[in-house]
Design a protein around this ligand. Structure first.
Ligand SMILES: NC(=O)c1ccc[n+]([C@@H]2O[C@H](COP(=O)([O-])OP(=O)(O)OC[C@H]3O[C@@H](n4cnc5c(N)ncnc54)[C@H](O)[C@@H]3O)[C@@H](O)[C@H]2O)c1
Ligand SMILES: Nc1nc(=O)c(N)c(NC[C@H](O)[C@H](O)[C@H](O)COP(=O)(O)O)[nH]1
Length: 221
């Protein structure tokens, strides 16, 4: 699986505010770039924290890009994937509408009644839980690959991105740094989780570009 992480942060590295509600960091040009990256992916993945905070749709906005995908024999939208160990995704979440296939990655600790309700709401359930009750991304990606998902774009949040770095699964990172300060010791950052104390993952900087009133940094993992 090729994993491309994309996120937008403030100059102080925050994904959103201490209230964990969505902060618009990208400008129009960056959101258009995000749409292009989505259109190139087989799947777009977020954590359930992002679903609960932002209720994202995770589809391709641009109709020409959807048409191009269909001409290439693909679905108009990439699949949507939510890392959701305990199946907390609301059954009326926007990711569960019929615009695309949606996989929920759950652990074996998820409540079977919740899973039935989510299946009824249209979700495909993939059980891929590690011993700690969190989704084992390597196992989950192997399961998705069976369905033809070879390229996944990850749109956050900070807990999921940390886990992917920890597991050594990040091939590419694009980071839009907007020119605003959010602050707050409790505000989510690009990589939260437990944090590293040694063996810090190192990335190779491969691009720096001014976009909107911010900077787009491109790295290889
Ligand atoms: N600026 C951006 O680009 C951007 C993008 C996405 C989200 N956000 C913001 O980030 C915040 C949400 O991020 P978050 O960190 O709270 O949640 P998250 O989206 O990273 O989801 C975390 C949850 O995913 C589940 N999970 C399952 N397996 C996991 C694993 N192996 N590792 C980690 N989590 C696993 C757990 O239930 C965990 O609580 C919101 O405030 C949202 O607005 C910003
Ligand atoms: N690239 C980017 N720039 C931002 O300034 C910002 N706040 C997000 N946040 C990610 C967000 O949590 C969602 O995942 C999608 O940006 C919403 O996507 P939809 O339009 O609903 O499909 N992402």
């Amino acid at each position: 699986m090729y994993v491309h992480v994309n996120a937008a942060v403030s100059v102080d590295g925050k994904l959103s505010s201490r209230r964990r509600d969505q902060v618009t960091i990208s400008g129009d040009a960056d959101f258009d770039r995000v749409d292009r990256v989505r259109a190139d992916a087989d799947a777009v993945l977020v954590g359930v924290g992002t679903v609960l905070a932002d209720d994202p749709h995770l589809t391709v906005d641009d109709a020409d890009r959807r048409d191009r995908r269909r001409r290439d024999g693909r679905d108009g939208n990439p699949a949507r994937v939510v890392a959701d160990s305990r199946a907390r995704t609301p059954t009326d979440a926007r990711v569960l509408d019929d615009a695309a296939t949606t996989y929920l990655l759950v652990s074996d600790r998820a409540d079977p009644a919740r899973l039935d309700a989510l299946r009824d709401a249209g979700a495909e359930i993939v059980v891929a839980g590690g011993d700690d009750g969190r989704v084992d991304f390597a196992a989950a990606f192997d399961a998705l690959a069976v369905d033809g998902v070879e390229r996944t774009m990850v749109e956050g949040g900070g807990e999921v991105i940390f886990s992917l770095f920890e597991a050594g699964l990040v091939d590419e990172l694009t980071l839009y740094v907007g020119s605003l300060v959010v602050g707050g010791r409790e505000a989510p950052t690009l990589a939260d989780g437990e944090g590293f104390v040694d063996d810090f993952p190192r990335l190779e900087l491969v691009g720096v570009e001014r976009v909107d009133d911010g900077v787009l940094l491109s790295y290889e993992g």
